[in-house]
Design a protein around this ligand. Sequence first.
Ligand code: ZN
Length: 201
Amino acid sequence: MCTGRAFDRLAYAYLLGLYLGDGHIISKRKQHHLSIFCGEAHPGLIDEAESAIRRVMPVPRTARRHRNGCVEVKSFTQHWTCLFPQHGPGKKHDRPILLTSWQQEIVDAHPWDFIRGLVHSDGCRTMNWTTRVVGGVKKKYEYPRYWFTNVSDDIRQLYTDTLDKLGIEWTHCTRAGKKYNISVARRASVALMDAHVGPKY
Ligand SMILES: [Zn+2]
């Protein structure tokens, strides 16, 4: 943003979702990097996170660090604060998270990539089941559902605003008195999520 150099906007929409979910930026006098955290159980996501970082910012060095079942994918440059102006002190849920107009333009142009990034960091696809009596016989039915869980009201709002624009039906789900979960369970909406997002891999 500060050099005026073009960057891969599609990869950026995905990376913005990852950053808002499980990323953070360290920007101190002698230490500057972006970190995205991925579970070790999802090697596909780790590769995709690193690939998105390199497509947005090809020049700086990247590295991976394994610890506690997580892989931290890092990219070393202070310019991540220019690309993610949401950077600030403290936790993301303790401060307002609002997109700048140029970020919103990118999300509007690549909404599914943004949703994918958010679900790949703070979401999951699960199987639920229910029983129904058909012709006097009790049958078990399984149905998939997508969850997104984030403590920040603003980040959940960005997720649901984008789902609304895509015509995806969602519901708020309160668990243990906390309204941090967004569920997508209607069949047509799950089918669209499957086509564009899919399970973690
Ligand atoms: Zn910069």
